[in-house]
Design a protein around this ligand. Structure first.
Ligand SMILES: [Zn+2]
Length: 292
């Protein structure tokens, strides 16, 4: 217990000192270090290139997943700055990128028109949250929800996925493990909270579930999360196909980029039903990222 408290306080102090540094140090792009924006226009544009995430070994059960861009070049340091180095202000551009990926994966999958959209953050381990002093995936999800609602979608963050007690302390950080080791490490790690849990409050059956994370590499984490959401259990969305969206995906030599939205997509917002709304959202998100 004492260790937990110490870790929590240390995390808060770290976050506080980083916030102070932001006030006194000149701001620079987290991707390319150019002075000025937290993420410069050129780096933002790298997150307007949605693509299907296709892990090299494609684990069985890997959900249909769209990334806003490639986890390469300046996108890597930008995501790491947000995740590991306390650049919390990056939640803005990275959350917008996530919203774009959510729209594209929804547009590409069959589903009930107008159904509420639940963004389900992949839960970080308690140790990771203590160390960072924050839950960065939850921050991304919340920011993406603001963007989606702004564009007219009935979206909300739904922290309905939990970590199984008992196993959490034994699982290792998956960094440095190969794909098979990651699957073994993560097996049985997540569990959907039961329907009576407050996380599902007000969620109608048939809502669309989009699992969200910062990046996808091997696909093991999203596969395990999707399995937990779709598995046996008393939840309102048990029969809803699980989709996934991430800020960035490890690039493949051959990938299938989605066509960018047509210019007209910017003008159809609110006039033409769900498809038009989605196209508009994609356009809005892409435009915000591109314009900074
Ligand atoms: Zn940059």
């Amino acid at each position: 217990m004492g260790t937990d408290v110490d870790g929590g306080v240390a995390g808060v102090l770290r976050a506080g000192s980083r916030a102070l540094a932001d006030l006194v140090l000149p701001r620079s792009c987290a991707g390319c270090a150019r002075p000025g924006d937290v993420l410069c226009p050129a780096c933002r544009r790298r997150l307007t290139r949605p693509r299907l995430a296709e892990p090299r070994r494609h684990p069985p059960g890997f959900p249909p997943t769209v990334a806003a861009g490639a986890y390469a070049g300046p996108v890597r340091p930008a995501v790491l700055a947000f995740k590991e180095h306390g650049r919390a202000e990056l939640a803005g551009p990275l959350g917008t990128a996530l919203a774009l990926a959510v729209c594209v994966v929804l547009a590409g999958a069959a589903g009930p028109a107008g159904a509420p959209v639940l963004l389900v953050p992949v839960p970080s381990s308690p140790a990771a949250i203590r160390q960072r002093g924050r839950d960065h995936v939850r921050e991304l999800a919340d920011r993406a929800v603001v963007e989606l609602r702004d564009a007219g979608l009935d979206a909300r963050t739904a922290p309905v996925l939990g970590r199984l007690r008992g196993r959490a302390g034994r699982t290792r950080d998956s960094a440095g493990l190969d794909a098979a080791a990651r699957r073994a490490n993560l097996s049985g790690r997540f569990q959907a909270r039961p329907a009576g849990h407050g996380a599902w409050a007000g969620v109608p059956a048939g809502s669309r579930l989009v699992l969200v994370d910062d990046v996808v590499t091997s696909g093991a984490t999203l596969t395990e999360g999707a399995r937990a959401l779709a598995g046996p259990g008393d939840t309102p969305c048990r029969d809803t196909p699980v989709l996934a969206a991430v800020v960035a995906a490890t690039p493949r030599r051959v990938h299938r980029p989605f066509a960018p939205p047509p210019p007209g997509a910017f003008t159809v917002r609110g006039r033409g039903g769900e498809g038009a709304d989605r196209a508009s959202t994609v356009g809005t998100g892409a435009r915000r990222l591109a314009s900074g």
